[in-house]
Design a protein around this ligand. Structure first.
Ligand SMILES: Nc1ncnc2c1ncn2[C@@H]1O[C@H](COP(=O)(O)OP(=O)(O)OP(=O)(O)O)[C@@H](O)[C@H]1O
Length: 597
C-alpha cells in the first residue's frame, strides 16, 4: 500500500499535508469543548455568576463547534479530491503496464482478474484514501491529545479509560485475525464472478443455441453464492464490532460518573470548620465535578478515536489485499522486453530469418516448435501449412515477437527481434491475427488504426480497402467509410471483419505482412483476388501467410510444412509435391490429382 501511496503526485502530497494541518486544527477545536463544559459545570455549582458568564462560555463552545465543522467540510473536500486523483493515476499506470504484457502475462493474470484489478481493487484503495485522510490522521492526533488532557487528573479514572481502550484493541485484534484471510478470498471471488459473467456474455449465442442456460446459471450461482457467503461472514464480523464499541463507550461513561461521584463525595465538607474552610471544600467539590464531566468528554474522545481507527480497520485489510493485487500487476516481470533499435538503419529490408528456433509455452511440458530454420527475402511470399495444432500460429507469432524463442534466434532485416524497440519493429510489420479484432469506431478509424512509420493518409486507407476486397461491402453501407462498427465488430460478418483487419495491416505500408489464417472466412473468389492484388500492388512487401487451404498458398515462393511442431518440408508447391509426404497428404485431401497437376 505504502508503495502505491509513495507515488502520489506532488500536488496531491501538498494537499494531503494541508489536510493534516486542518485536521490538527479540527481536533484542537473539538478538544476545547470539554474545557468549556467544565467551565459551565463549575459556574452552575457556584453562586457568584451572571447570565453573561454562561453566554460567554456557551458562545466560545459554539464558535469551536462551528470552526470544527467548517474544517471538517474542507478536509472532506480535500480528501475526496486527493483520493480521486490518486485512483485516476493508479488506474492509468495499471492500464499502461498491461500494454507491455505479452500472451504469457495475460494468461497468468487472466483478463477478468485484470479488469477487477483496474476497477474494483483501485476503488477499494480510493475509499481508504478518502476515509483514511480524514480518519486515520484524525484518530491518533485526537487520541494523543485527549490522553495528554486527562493524564494526571485522576489515576482511577485513567485506569478505567485505559481498560476500555485495551478491551477495544483486543476485540479489534481478534476480529482482524479472523477476517483478514476472508478479505483476500472476497477479491478472488469477485474475479470469479467477473470471469463467469464475461464468459457468459461473450458466449451468449452459444449458450442459447445449446440450451445451456441452466448449466451457465448453475455455474454463476456457484461463484455468486461463494462470494455472498464470504461477504456475509465478513459483514457479520464487522456488524459485531459496532455494538461492542457502543457498549464499551456507554460502560466507560457510566464507570466515570460512578467513580467520579465517589471522588466528589470523598471531598468532605467540614461542617464544624470555619466559613473559609467550608467554602474552600465546596469550591473543591465543584472543581472535581467539573473535572469529572470534562474527563468523561475526553475519555469519550479517546474511545471515539479508537472507533475511528476501527473504521479504517474495516477498510484497511481489504484495501491492503487490493494494493497487493495491483502491485502484483505493476511489478510483474515482463517476459518480452523491447530493445532500443528504432529499425531505421537496417541494411536489409523485409527479410525474416529463423535460426534453429525452438519454442515452449510457459508451463508447457513439451516444445511446441522444434529446430525451425528458414530465410525469406524482401518481396517473397512464405506460406505455412500443417495440421491443426502443428504450430503455425506460434511460428507467425514468433516472427511478430508476440513471444520470444526459447532457443535459437529470430531475425528481422538481419537483426534479432529482441534488439528492436516495439515501435521500430511494428513500424516494419502489419500483423493480422487469426481472430479478427475490430474496435467500436468508424470503418475509417479501424483501418487507419494506430501509428505507422509514416502517417496513414486517406489515400492509404482507400488503397488498403481496395486491395483487401472490402470496398464492395463498404459501398453498400449507408455512411460508407464512416459507417460505425459496433464493439468487437458485432455488426459485420466474419469475412467482412477479416477484410477490414487485413486492410488495417496493409494501410500501414509495412515491409512485412503476416496473415495468421486470415483468409479462412473469405470465399474462394475473394481469396484469389486478394492474393492477386497482394502480388501485383504490394510487390516489394514480404508476406507470411498461415493457411489451411492449399489453394491459398500453392503459388507462394516458399512453403513450410509443419508436422507436430517440426518442419516436415520447405520448398515450392511443385518441390513439396515431389518430396514431402505430409504436404502430399494435405494437398490430396483437398484437391484432386487433376487439379494439382
Ligand atoms: N498459450 C498457450 N499455452 C500453451 N500451449 C499453447 C498455447 N497456445 C497454443 N498452444 C499449443 O501449441 C500448439 C500449437 O498451437 P498453434 O496455435 O500454433 O497451432 P496452429 O497450427 O496454428 O493451429 P490451428 O491451425 O488450429 O490454428 C498446440 O498444441 C496448442 O495447444
Amino acid at each position: 500500500m505504502w508503495h502505491l501511496l509513495k507515488d502520489m503526485r506532488k500536488k496531491d502530497k501538498g494537499l494531503a499535508f494541508l489536510a493534516v494541518l486542518l485536521i490538527a486544527g479540527q481536533v484542537f477545536l473539538d478538544l476545547k469543548l470539554p474545557d468549556y463544559t467544565k467551565e459551565i459545570t463549575v459556574l452552575i455549582s457556584s453562586e457568584s455568576n451572571t447570565i453573561s458568564d454562561y453566554l460567554l462560555s456557551g458562545g466560545k463552545m459554539l464558535a469551536c463547534a462551528l470552526g470544527s465543522a467548517l474544517l471538517a467540510v474542507i478536509v472532506g473536500y480535500l480528501a475526496a479530491k486527493i483520493a480521486a486523483d490518486f485512483s485516476h493515476n493508479v488506474r492509468g499506470k495499471v492500464f499502461h503496464k498491461v500494454f507491455d504484457f505479452g500472451a504469457g502475462e495475460i494468461s497468468k493474470f487472466s483478463t477478468s482478474s485484470l479488469i477487477t484489478r483496474t476497477t474494483n481493487d483501485i476503488t477499494q484503495i480510493q475509499m481508504l484514501v478518502a476515509m483514511g485522510l480524514q480518519v486515520m490522521i484524525k484518530a491518533p492526533i485526537m487520541a494523543a491529545w485527549a490522553i495528554v488532557k486527562i493524564v494526571g487528573k485522576s489515576w482511577q479514572l485513567s485506569v478505567l479509560t485505559a481498560s476500555a481502550v485495551v478491551l477495544i484493541m483486543v476485540v479489534i485484534g481478534t476480529l482482524m485475525a479472523v477476517l483478514l484471510p476472508k478479505f483476500k478470498t472476497v477479491q478472488k471471488q469477485v474475479d470469479d464472478v467477473n470471469r463467469v459473467t464475461r464468459e457468459n456474455l461473450t458466449g451468449l449465442k452459444v449458450v442459447r443455441a445449446f440450451n445451456a442456460e441452466k448449466y451457465q446459471e448453475d455455474k454463476f450461482e456457484n461463484v455468486n453464492e461463494n462470494l455472498m457467503k464470504t461477504q456475509m461472514f465478513t459483514m457479520r464480523g464487522m456488524a459485531f464490532l459496532f455494538p461492542v464499541m457502543i457498549f464499551v463507550q456507554s460502560a466507560l461513561s457510566l464507570g466515570i460518573y460512578w467513580l467520579g461521584a465517589k471522588l466528589v463525595d470523598d471531598i468532605s465538607i467540614p461542617l464544624n470548620g470555619t466559613m473559609t474552610e467550608i467554602f474552600t471544600a465546596i469550591g473543591s467539590r465543584a472543581d472535581m465535578l467539573g473535572d469529572v464531566v470534562a474527563f468523561n468528554s475526553y475519555a469519550l474522545y479517546v474511545v471515539m478515536a479508537f472507533v475511528l481507527l476501527l473504521m479504517i480497520f474495516v477498510m484497511l485489510p481489504r484495501a491492503q489485499v487490493s494494493a497487493g493485487r495491483i502491485n502484483e500487476v505493476l511489478n510483474s516481470d515482463i517476459a518480452v522486453r523491447e530493445g532500443k533499435d528504432d529499425g531505421r538503419q537496417t541494411e536489409e529490408k523485409g527479410s525474416i530469418t529463423f535460426n534453429d528456433v525452438s519454442f515452449r509455452y510457459p508451463g508447457a511440458a513439451e516444445n511446441c516448435l522444434e529446430h525451425i530454420s528458414f530465410q525469406v527475402n524482401q518481396g517473397e511470399t512464405l506460406a505455412i501449412i500443417g495440421a491443426t495444432g502443428s504450430g503455425k500460429s506460434t511460428l507467425a507469432g514468433l516472427a511478430a515477437r508476440l513471444y520470444d524463442a526459447s532457443e535459437g534466434e529470430v531475425l528481422i532485416d538481419g537483426k534479432n527481434v529482441k534488439d528492436y524497440s516495439f515501435r521500430g519493429l511494428y513500424d516494419k510489420m502489419g500483423y493480422v491475427t487469426q481472430k479478427a479484432v475490430l474496435f467500436s469506431d468508424t470503418i475509417e478509424g479501424n483501418v487507419a488504426f494506430g501509428e505507422a512509420a509514416q502517417a496513414i493518409t486517406e489515400e492509404d486507407v482507400k488503397k488498403a480497402i481496395d486491395i483487401s476486397q472490402a470496398q464492395e461491402f463498404i459501398d453498400k453501407m449507408e455512411e460508407g467509410l464512416y459507417s460505425h462498427i459496433a464493439q468487437s465488430g458485432g455488426n459485420v460478418s466474419g469475412g467482412q471483419k477479416q477484410r477490414l483487419s487485413i486492410a488495417r495491416a496493409i494501410a500501414r505500408n509495412p515491409e512485412i505482412l503476416i496473415f495468421d489464417d486470415s483468409f479462412s472466412a473469405l470465399d474462394y473468389k475473394t481469396d484469389k483476388e486478394l492474393r492477386r492484388r497482394l502480388s501485383t500492388d504490394l510487390k516489394g512487401t514480404t508476406c507470411v501467410i498461415v493457411a489451411q487451404r492449399i489453394g491459398t498458398i500453392r503459388h507462394a515462393d516458399k512453403i513450410i510444412v509443419l508436422d507436430d511442431g517440426k518442419m516436415a518440408g520447405i520448398g515450392t508447391h511443385e518441390e513439396l509435391m515431389k518430396n514431402c509426404e505430409v504436404y502430399q497428404e494435405i494437398a490430396l485431401s483437398q484437391l484432386s490429382k487433376a487439379e494439382l497437376a
